[in-house]
Design a protein. Sequence first.
Length: 371
Amino acid sequence: MRLKHTLLASVIGLAASSASGVTLEELAAPSGGSSIDNAFLGNPGGSRWYEKTAIGGYGELHLNTGDKDQIDFHRWVLFVNHRFNDRIKLFSEFELEHSLSGDGKPGEVELEQAYIEFDLDQGLSAKAGVYLLPLGLLNETHEPNTFYGVERNNVEKNIIPTTWWEGGAAVSKNFDSGLGFDFGVHSGLNVPTAGSKAFSIRSGRQKVAEADATNWAASARVRYAGGNGLSVSGFANFQSDIASGSAEDNSALLLGAAAQYNSGGFGLRALVSQWDIDGASFEAADADKQWGYFVEPSYRWSFENGGSVGIFGRYSSYEYASGTRKEVDEYTVGVNYWPIDNVVLKADYNVLKQDGKSDNNTFNFGVGYSF
């Protein structure tokens, strides 16, 4: 074991010495030369890589009871960000879903973000790599302590579909007035047109994993955040061909709007979005228009010890395709308790009413964190 550690340290030291300009003779010097630690960490007296690197993450455990009783560590996420200089930064996100991945296992290991951001002048920035699309309320900000309910809302899950990332390039602009915009060109969806997941928008995510790049896509958002607790946005996504495996033309357009309002303890979140998809196969399956909306009022009380508790209700209505068309109305009520801002305990009751099926009633419990 000691030999393995010595060999590993030597390999790391040799690689780092090549990048930092330290010679083999200096590494081998018994005294007065650079040590393997110094070669790996950076030159003494200079800036070391870890001084410009930040680590964060989040995780959430869910217990669902009802038609199916299940406990699941749904997500474990690690952020690694690095500042090369004042203008160039790296952002990355690594995720393990459902605790266990591999053949026949329920989970996945995913790289959700890995992009370089360039800060330009006057509130303008650009990025290139793998990034989250600027659509909806949850797609870019979905740490468990930032939203109500154990599970993410099904409108954004099935319609947008959150969480959705692609590979490409984008620009963003922020104005002093609170107005801003985002625009990106990137890889697209490849929605299946056959099988049990036929015409499912969510199943079209390729996750930038040897993804089909035959067709392109673009996303845009205009947003406003006022000083009165109100923030609103309008967003769009265009797919030149949403089902590149099909022989027909399946161009598609997603349009949507979202709003958040907070005043004292009162909060309100709402979203509406709809896909319009061209093509005879989508029209024949009644999948050419897939849409949804939700409204979520809430109230939060803060305590002197730094904790807080909030209650919420959410009504959702959505129609989407996954093999067949599904029409759903959903009602959720629940409570969040934050002992501190970065840790949350959750409980909710959910009733899902789908045409042609009996109601699905579930009690859900969760614990989550972010840092």
